[in-house]
Design a protein around this ligand. Structure first.
Ligand SMILES: CC(=O)SCCNC(=O)CCNC(=O)[C@H](O)C(C)(C)COP(=O)(O)OP(=O)(O)OC[C@H]1O[C@@H](n2cnc3c(N)ncnc32)[C@H](O)[C@@H]1OP(=O)(O)O
Ligand SMILES: CC(C)C(=O)C(=O)O
Ligand SMILES: [Mg+2]
Length: 547
């Protein structure tokens, strides 16, 4: 049975028990090489985490540096809807510094820790079992004098003798700790071991009913989330995690995976978190933007492929019933919709669906021809885009996209001033166009110049740059969305130069518009969202989008 917890009332109108989310993106996450954030970045991220609905934000280690102190203080001052926590060793200086940084917090928490395992006691700290208990108790007492909430962590708990760990926890509860954290500091444990350890602690620690049991898992063996969930199943009621799993070495348990596992398998765990899951994807994107580390495409929950399907058999299933290949709704984690990506693994069902969304309704024989050419093209390209499909449907060569081609492009930015671009375009009918424009940066100036050259006023609705490879000669892909004639049009361009990639993307859009306007009897402008064929169970149908 779960522990009765006076500090952790059930969510109103909900029969489920609440599991608190303790986010340590800004402390453990930031500790990883290459993930340091500035004070302003940490503050921005803290506000986003509070909006996401985490219960506590571990904002930093105030003793680490003046800037970390200032970051924790600024977050404590500004964030009101989540608790704010600072980490401290069992040393008076660390604890008093943390208390000062947390002074302005609406709900501050000092997180005191000391390692308890034999290896850490003997080789790192040079302390006996009794000395570690004395330091832990003194640290918690001092923190308790200075702050309303005290959490204690037994670093390397999962490699600590269970009976000794229970002794340490009993002592710190007596000293005033109200959250007891069980870290698997080096990601060594397994779900079965974790379950057994939490069960043991709940049954053997004196005073445990007065504290919340927390778990803090690392991912060295790829089991951080599984171990955290095992702890919850055994009665832990706080999980420590980071967005996208950033953290020491292989990282921490990923917040978004825990939140969605508890939500998706609620019948199994019988608990819930306060995480506003539709904010997961945008918040993860913000973190990636701040740290400069992009989210891996196949990452669970927030990766670009999490709701994308390229295989024909899966696409066919998705078009019939989303539940065939998706266990979560994309909108529940912040994606607009599922995506059916056309590539060499796709089949006729998805192809016909996409062609129809683009305004083409080929008869069966015609579809067979388009399908054969589509497969040949897909064998050569990584993905087949709308512009390629249009070319195939119109009987053009997809590798000869025209009618406009770029002959010359020059873009320059001027320090402290606006940027300029000039383009020369050549049309297949012999016309050429020279235009120049200024803009807020070379990309903007290039877009304006191309728009002028082809005679369209583009209203930019989306602009993203994605690295396709690494290194100095990395290829970048520009994805553009523009509104023209009341419709949304998308284009992509690839180059080692992002301005050039953007120019190719803009030209792709211009060419598509022109081809549509030229091709008689073809509806202009694709609807960006495609809903599958009418099904009896409308709620179970997928909303899918083709990229
Ligand atoms: C598992 C974890 O994630 S723990 C958190 C890890 N995070 C960090 O270390 C980031 C912030 N750290 C720092 O900025 C620095 O390490 C500081 C400012 C805290 C300390 O720097 P320094 O005083 O130069 O010590 P240094 O880091 O080299 O060594 C750690 C010292 O803390 C001691 N120590 C380590 N953990 C604890 C603890 N929980 N309680 C008390 N003392 C501890 C070590 O025994 C060592 O003591 P010594 O200097 O007397 O030998
Ligand atoms: C400070 C503690 C909780 C920690 O990060 C760990 O043990 O991994
Ligand atoms: Mg850690």
């Amino acid at each position: 049975m779960p522990t009765e917890d006076p500090q952790n009332p059930p969510v109103p109108n909900s029969p489920r028990e609440r599991v608190r989310v303790f986010d340590t993106t800004l402390r453990d996450g930031e500790q990883a090489p290459g993930f340091s954030m500035t004070r302003a970045q940490k503050l921005r991220m803290a506000n986003a985490l509070a909006d996401l609905g985490v219960d506590t934000i571990e904002a930093g280690f105030p003793q680490a540096s003046d800037d970390d102190f200032a970051a924790v203080q600024a977050i404590a001052r500004e964030v009101r809807s989540a608790g704010v926590c600072g980490l401290a060793r069992c040393q008076r200086g660390d604890i008093e510094t943390a208390a000062r940084a947390l002074e302005p917090a609406a709900r501050g928490r000092i997180h005191v820790f000391i390692a308890t395992s034999p290896l850490h006691r003997e080789f790192k700290l040079g302390m006996s079992k009794d000395q570690v208990i004395d330091a832990a108790v003194a640290g918690v007492r001092r923190a308790n004098e200075l702050c309303g909430e005290v959490e204690f962590s037994a670093e390397d708990a999962m490699r600590t003798e269970p009976e000794y760990l229970a002794e340490v926890f009993a002592a710190v509860i007596e000293a005033g700790a109200t959250t007891l954290n069980v870290p698997d500091t080096v990601g060594y444990t397994t779900p079965a071991e974790m379950h057994e350890r939490i069960r043991y602690l709940r049954g053997s620690v004196r005073g445990i009913e007065r504290a919340v049991i927390s778990v803090h898992c690392h991912d060295d063996l790829g089991m951080a989330v599984a171990n955290s969930l095992a702890a919850v199943a055994a009665g832990a009621r706080q999980v420590e995690c980071t967005l996208t799993g950033i953290g020491e070495r292989a990282g921490n348990a990923a917040l978004e995976e825990i939140a969605m596992a508890l939500k998706t398998r609620a019948e199994l765990y019988g608990v819930e978190t306060g995480v506003r899951t539709p904010k997961l994807y945008p918040t993860a994107r913000l973190l990636a933007q701040i740290t400069g580390h992009t989210i891996t495409r196949n990452k669970a929950i927030v990766g670009e492929n999490a709701f994308a399907h390229e295989s024909g058999i899966h696409q066919h299933g998705m078009l019939k019933h989303r539940g065939t290949y998706e266990i979560m709704r994309p909108e529940d984690v912040g994606f607009a919709r599922s995506a059916l990506v056309l590539g060499k693994h796709s089949g006729r069902h998805a192809l016909r669906e996409r062609l129809s969304a683009l305004g083409f309704a080929p008869a069966d024989g015609e579809l067979e021809q388009i399908f054969a050419r589509f497969k040949a093209l897909a064998d050569r390209k990584r993905e087949v885009f709308d512009s390629d499909l249009e070319a195939l449907a119109l009987g053009r060569d997809a590798d000869e996209p025209g009618p406009w081609h770029i002959v010359h492009l020059h873009a320059a930015s001027h320090l402290g001033g606006s940027a300029s671009a000039s383009v020369r375009l050549q049309h297949e009918d012999g016309r050429s166009a020279n235009e120049a424009a200024i803009g807020d940066g070379p990309v903007d100036a290039t877009l304006r110049a191309i728009g002028r050259a082809v005679g369209h006023e583009f209203e930019l609705t989306d602009f993203q740059i994605r690295a396709l490879s690494e290194g100095g000669d990395a290829q970048g892909q520009a994805n553009l969305g523009v509104r023209y004639a009341g419709k949304e049009w998308r284009g992509r361009g690839v180059s080692t130069d992002i301005v050039e990639a953007t120019a190719h993307a803009a030209l792709e859009i211009a060419n598509r518009i022109e081809r549509h306007e030229f091709a008689s009897g073809v509806a202009v402008g694709p609807a960006p969202t495609v809903t599958p064929n009418e099904q009896p169970d409308a709620a179970a149908r997928a909303a899918v989008n083709h990229r």
